[in-house]
Design a protein around this ligand. Structure first.
Ligand code: ATP
Length: 267
């Protein structure tokens, strides 16, 4: 895949749910090899945008193209897409083991049998999220954070070209976040395109090269990721600021959508 090739193309996207107008005209292009963080306050529309990307929220207007295929019109190559949905607290009661859930990530709409060598791939994916020793554990016996890591492994096992993650590390402990970041780093190194909903860049900060910030269903920033909040206090921070008149003339004070969003995101 060429580096500049668009992997996600969203144009004029509106999503309604009942009387709620949730997404209000989203335009977004993500190109091959980019690692994009989707940020914004609670309720700004991040999950709805991700659901529209993977076809579980229907647009009321606009189009979504994934890997060159238009949702609802063309056959989308879902086998090339890994998706980790936002964690829901409810336990399903489905008596699956972690290994079975990860193995289900190797199935696709067209192929309902497991490929050769699937056991090793499942083991490797569980190893990447630090759960190799829990492969035979029933899902309902795993903690919420462990269940989330199994879902991440299910997305990784597909060896996707596009990985879409909705708050993948919420409720996941620090060592597992680091293991997850290492997995994403490996995928990014292989040219995988990543779109990840986050509340804080956290362990992924060094990997994210672009941030898209939503507010009230609209994109209010698309560009450089916000700097970590503690940066100003860091030992390495040089307290040199432009206070002369010239600096004020050339850098007028305008509202910085990223800074404003960071405040909201901190909720
Ligand atoms: N099916 C639905 N019916 C009605 N309203 C909905 C529905 N789904 C989402 N919403 C509303 O749309 C808005 C955006 O929700 P969404 O889950 O996309 O936000 P979010 O940015 O992902 O929030 P969070 O950070 O809390 O996960 C919220 O106000 C939510 O209550």
């Amino acid at each position: 895949m060429r580096v500049s090739e668009p992997v996600i193309e969203v144009a004029g996207l509106h999503v309604h749910a009942g009387a709620s107008h949730i997404l209000r005209g989203i335009d977004l292009t993500v190109r091959a090899g980019e690692t994009v963080a989707l940020l914004g306050a609670n309720g700004s529309g991040k999950s709805t945008l991700v659901k529209a990307l993977v076809g579980t929220a229907a647009p009321s207007h606009g189009t979504v193209r994934l890997l060159g295929a238009t949702l609802g019109t063309d056959r989308v190559p879902w086998e090339r897409v890994g998706y980790v949905p936002q964690r829901v607290g409810a336990r399903t009661g489905v008596p699956s083991t972690a290994a079975e859930v990860v193995a289900s990530g190797l199935l696709s709409g067209r192929r309902w049998w497991l490929p050769r060598g699937w056991r090793a791939r499942v083991r490797e994916a569980l190893d990447q999220v630090g759960l190799a020793d829990r492969a035979e554990s029933a899902m309902h016996l795993l903690s919420g954070g462990q269940q989330q890591r199994v879902l991440i492994a299910r997305a990784l096992v597909r060896e996707p070209d596009l990985l879409v993650l909705d708050e993948p590390v919420a409720g996941v402990d620090r060592p597992s976040q680091e293991a997850f970041a290492a997995s994403v780093r490996r995928l990014v190194g292989r040219g995988v395109t990543v779109l990840v909903v986050l509340h804080e860049l956290g362990e992924l900060a060094e990997l994210v090269n672009r941030a898209v910030v939503l507010r009230h269903g609209r994109v209010v920033h698309d560009g450089a990721p916000p700097r970590p909040r503690g940066d100003h206090d860091a030992v390495s921070h040089r307290h040199v600021h432009p206070h002369d008149d010239e600096a004020h003339r050339t850098a007028p004070l305008t509202q910085n959508p990223v800074a404003a969003s960071s405040e909201e995101v901190a909720s």
